[in-house]
Design a protein around this ligand. Structure first.
Ligand code: SPV
Ligand code: MG
Length: 433
């Protein structure tokens, strides 16, 4: 009996999957490599069913003899171990990030005279409808929340980029880079108070009201499927916060971060250059407790942000607050710093992790911007937020163009810095029915 290998990443079996398994079974005894959760999440979307359940489903399909785990998108380990006569795949992997994987499979098979069999990509009449409905489902509030929780639990660092309107959110949703080893995308969207306010031409002092901020959330929800982390500033009065957190939950936000300050809120990066005051531990814990009581979804996260390092209150204060906030029910801690180096963040994370291994840790490396994600991950940090870069990039580009038109009294020179009309018209395509 010939040996056949195929790799599957899906958790929802469609006619196309049955088709390829049937074809594989015609060639010999079929081993399916089920791609691990981390790889599926990296290349497609977070799987709805974990690896063990996906293996069970696939094991029970007629024609499958054996299932094994495939730990990497490259087939090396599994096909070296199995030495199959055939590897079977749809013919839709000749371009994009899978191109290199395909080439490597061919190279390996040649070592023992194996063959790659490619079958035409199978599309049933329902495939298009199914794909559309899957993508819509991913954008539902509860799906976004679960994905955020799962990603945090996975142990890999969760990469979150700022967005403040539909277009910036679309970029966070769609931007991906690929190299030979992996495909990288952002895992979530940060609805920064600084950027949401600045984009509306307003200062970051809790002046933009919730109704207006909700419009930004709605615009972003409409064009994305990724989890949204909402910067709720101080959360305001506890009596108001319990209503507002419900509103945010209802409109689809995945997590809310509130910071432990009171009075007129100023941006944290101003530090002690301006007057700003930290809340008492007791009062902020009360806000956390009441906020958690108000929400209905168990996946929705309330994250407490500590301003002790921003306000020079010291590490002991930051750590004591972190433990108190977790005790009060916070699902995560954001520790903020305006230092040029990450040392105090590392120190905080190491000491916090000595007694708390589970609570999500969030950081915003705006000032200590040389730090790499892998260093943060090594210190037990779960979420990194790039809090303002999209807006800081857009503003100088727009300013340059505005100045150029004034200086040249025509738009020819400015056009050299602009994307073409063709590009802008196809940037957001009209959806085909
Ligand atoms: C924001 O992006 O609005 C933040 C982060 O709250 S910071 O600007 O660093 O305070
Ligand atoms: Mg803010």
């Amino acid at each position: 009996m010939k040996k056949v290998y195929l790799c599957m990443s899906t958790d929802i079996i469609q006619p196309g999957h049955i088709h390829i398994i049937e074809k594989a079974a015609e060639l010999g005894e079929v081993t399916v490599g089920v791609l691990c959760d981390r790889c599926v999440a990296m290349y497609e979307r977070y799987p709805m069913f974990p690896l063990e359940e996906r293996m069970k489903i696939i094991q029970n399909i007629r024609g499958v003899s054996r299932v094994v785990v495939q730990e990497d998108i490259y087939y090396d380990a599994n096909i070296r171990a199995l030495k199959p006569d055939y590897v079977i795949h749809g013919d839709n992997w000749k371009t994009g990030y899978q191109k290199k994987v395909r080439e490597r499979v061919i190279e390996l098979l040649a070592e023992w005279g194996g063959e790659l069999v490619e079958i035409p990509y199978y599309k049933s009449a329902g495939t298009h409808l199914f794909e559309n409905s899957m993508s819509e489902r991913r954008g539902l509030p509860e799906a976004r929340r679960q994905i955020l929780r799962q990603k945090i639990c996975s142990g890999d660092i969760v990469k979150v980029m700022v967005a403040y309107d539909g277009l910036s959110a679309l970029l966070v949703e769609k931007t991906a880079v690929e190299n030979e080893k992996e495909r990288r995308q952002f895992d979530g969207i940060w609805l920064s108070s600084l950027c949401d306010s600045t984009a509306k031409g307003k200062p970051d002092i809790e002046l933009v009201d919730l109704t207006s901020r909700m419009n930004s959330v709605n615009d972003i929800m409409e064009v994305t499927t990724k989890p949204i982390i909402f910067d709720a500033d101080t959360g305001g009065l506890i009596e108001h916060f319990v209503y507002n957190i419900q509103t945010l939950e209802r409109i689809g936000v995945s997590a809310v971060i509130i910071e432990d300050k009171v009075g007129l809120k100023r941006n944290s990066l101003l530090g002690n250059e301006v007057e700003q005051h930290q809340d008492s531990v007791e009062h902020f814990c009360e806000k956390i407790r009441e906020g958690k009581r108000a929400v209905r979804s168990s996946a929705f996260m309330l994250i407490a942000r500590i301003e002790s390092l921003i306000l020079d209150q010291g590490m002991e204060d930051a750590l004591a607050r972190a433990h108190a906030y977790v005790e009060a029910g916070a699902d995560g801690i954001m520790i903020h710093s305006r230092a040029a180096e990450p040392d105090e963040i590392f120190d905080f994370a190491d000491r916090f992790r000595k007694t708390d291994r589970d609570t999500a840790l969030v950081v915003v490396p705006t000032t200590y911007n040389k730090v790499r994600e892998e260093e943060l991950e090594a210190h037990g940090i779960n979420v990194v937020i790039y809090a303002n870069h999209m807006l800081r990039a857009a503003f100088p580009a727009m300013q340059r163009v505005a100045r150029s038109v004034l200086e040249n009294e025509r738009c020819y020179e400015a056009s050299q810095d602009c994307m073409s009309i063709k590009e802008i018209l196809s940037l957001v395509p009209v959806e085909e029915g």
